[in-house]
Design a protein around this ligand. Structure first.
Ligand code: PLP
Length: 401
């Protein structure tokens, strides 16, 4: 335990923890390791039977008609825009509180990102503000389920239908999420998931795109592998050689079997991982109830939250330090921190290219200055969790007004 106003590590005091607690550490079991080894020994290491098996397992878990394995969620978002016909001069509405790639893929299609402010509490796109940003050029909406809290999909779907827009969900955080009893991945024409190293389950790098329509699935699959007409692994099967043909100038976005070997066994751990994170979120929420300087995000009724990360907002008007000073102080106590996210529209590329200025998206811009994420993963012990809480309390006590 610490004494109130004890000197912080950043001020030359002793860190609360001796060993650094990383912001995230993936859990990889013996089953994953054995499966990768088996894949390596099998002689088939690129896209093949394990990718197919992983796609099928994922598809069944989500309950979607199709699941296409890819090398990232970013690839899934990009292919969705391409398959939806989004191109030069079009506009795509999305959230400013997201990762770089949600917006970057819009630019890759030579379209213009239109950022709509987020709602307080969840920091998801504010569905009430979407309609006023729609123009004759708007083609798609990319809602981002921040931290795994689903966006207002009924409202977003309704707006999209009324205006003929395609919805592409960024579900990088939302593997286990449900909105009003429906699993994320079953609602919109396109939903992209991530298996990046820090995600709810991981394949190191990797992603999955769920698609509702049969023909769209075929197009996405072809686009994901150079735009050629057949899956590479069938090319040399015993059906005899068949020529492949280039149907589109496609991409190199396919998942391969070494990734899928990991993913196949991570799938079996989804529920246990989430239970663990949920338990930790409950403890964090309880601990921070009494610290008014710390404001956890809120959960609405009618949703199943994936609890991918645990972001908090700092009430800076009650503190003598800014977010970065507090973040550095927490890290100096040997606790890893993340930021999800600083508003995308104010990053140099977006300011320079599109002329975005501060002041237009007040909730997102305010959250950008105040947000930080605390460690949340099944590999953390309860003692680790208590250390995080103690460090937050220690740092806040010093910087309290
Ligand atoms: C909200 C969001 N969207 C998209 C991505 C991209 O995922 P990937 O790294 O699998 O491309 C991330 C990953 O960090 C993310 O957090």
């Amino acid at each position: 335990m610490f004494m109130p106003h004890e000197k912080l590590a950043i001020q030359g005091g002793k860190p609360l923890r001796d060993q650094f607690l990383p912001f995230h550490r993936p859990f990889i079991g013996e089953e994953e390791i054995a499966e990768v080894t088996a894949a390596l020994r099998s002689g088939w290491i690129t896209t093949g039977p394990r990718t197919k098996a992983f796609e099928e397992k994922f598809r069944q878990y989500i309950g979607s008609p199709h699941a296409v394995g890819l090398n990232s969620c970013t690839a899934g978002l990009h292919l969705s825009l391409e398959a939806a016909g989004v191109g030069e001069g079009d506009e795509v509405i999305t959230s400013p509180i997201t990762f770089a790639s949600t917006a970057n893929v819009i630019v890759h299609q030579r379209a213009t990102p239109v950022f709509v402010d987020v709602e307080p509490g969840t920091l998801n796109i504010n569905s009430e503000l979407i309609e006023q940003s729609i123009t004759p050029r708007t083609k798609a909406i990319i809602p981002v389920h921040l931290a795994g809290h689903p966006c207002d999909m009924d409202e977003i779907t309704k707006i999209a239908q009324q205006h003929g827009l395609t919805v592409i969900e960024d579900a990088a955080h939302a593997l286990e999420s449900e909105y009003r009893g429906k699993k994320i991945g079953t609602i919109s024409p396109f939903t992209a998931f991530s298996f990046y190293a820090t995600k709810n389950i991981t394949t190191g790098e990797g992603g999955m795109l769920t698609v509702l329509d049969d023909e769209v699935e075929e197009k996405v699959r072809i686009l994901s592998l150079h735009g050629i007409s057949r899956d590479a692994w069938k090319r040399y099967s015993d059906e005899g050689y068949r020529h492949w043909e280039i149907l589109y100038a496609g991409y190199k976005y396919n998942m391969f079997d070494l990734q899928a070997a990991v993913g196949l066994h991570q799938m079996d751990r989804i529920d246990q991982f989430r239970e663990n994170r949920k338990k930790y979120v409950t403890r964090y929420n309880e601990a921070f109830k009494e610290i008014l300087e710390v404001e956890p995000l809120r959960t609405k009724p009618d949703v199943k939250h994936a609890h991918h990360i645990y972001p908090i907002l700092l009430n800076l008007n009650m503190l003598t330090a800014d977010r970065d000073q507090i973040m550095n102080a927490i890290q100096a106590e040997n606790i890893g921190i993340g930021i999800h996210f600083r508003a995308v529209h104010l990053h140099p590329f977006y300011r320079d290219k599109f002329g975005f200025q501060p002041g237009k998206l007040p909730i997102a811009e305010d959250a950008s200055q105040r947000i930080l994420s605390l460690p949340l993963y099944p590999g953390m012990s309860e003692e680790d969790l208590e250390d995080v809480i103690s460090v937050v309390k220690k740092v806040i006590a010093v910087f309290q007004k």
